[in-house]
Design a protein around this ligand. Structure first.
Ligand SMILES: [Zn+2]
Length: 154
């Protein structure tokens, strides 16, 4: 049976009402996550439904500004004016009080070759937050006081 699906006429309304307290806190340079009261997972950014329990997470919890690099890759961006290709690390950040990750960038001063999984980070806020995810401009790198393990040599 022949058929067609006109994607350009298909409309989908994305409900972001569950995000409002989160966005309002971003404007105050504060982080909150949404916790599932069934499994206690904390979602940052908030999710409409907990995919594990299929219930609506309903408990707002404060999230610290610190986190770690969960994983990363390198993006190659061409500067539109100079034509120079810039290597920038794109990171998935796991905030210290959340069970999910967030796509972000590192401070422009960080060379991507120095990036590693577990790198400690701190939120770098935009000067004038507007109540959107872009208020987290990027992540600053914190001093890492952990030491390498003594490896056996036999
Ligand atoms: Zn759950």
């Amino acid at each position: 049976m022949p058929g067609s699906w006109y994607l350009s006429s298909y409309k989908y309304k994305f409900n972001i009402t569950h995000m409002q307290p989160f966005l309002a806190k971003l404007k105050e340079k504060k982080l909150v996550g949404l916790q599932c009261s069934s499994c206690n997972q904390v979602f940052f950014p908030p999710r409409l439904v907990c995919g594990q329990c299929m219930v609506k997470p309903d408990r707002w919890v404060d999230i610290r500004e610190t986190g770690q690099v969960a994983t990363f890759t390198v993006s190659y961006l061409k500067d539109p004016e100079t034509g120079e290709v810039l290597e920038r690390p794109m990171v998935l950040v796991r905030p210290d009080d959340a069970d999910t990750v967030l796509l972000s960038q590192l401070s422009p001063e960080i060379d991507f070759k120095d990036t590693y999984i577990g790198m400690p980070l701190k939120t770098h806020w935009k000067d004038e937050p507007t109540g959107g995810l872009g208020d987290i401009e990027y992540y600053d790198v914190l001093d890492d006081d952990s030491e390498d393990l003594e490896l056996r040599k036999d």
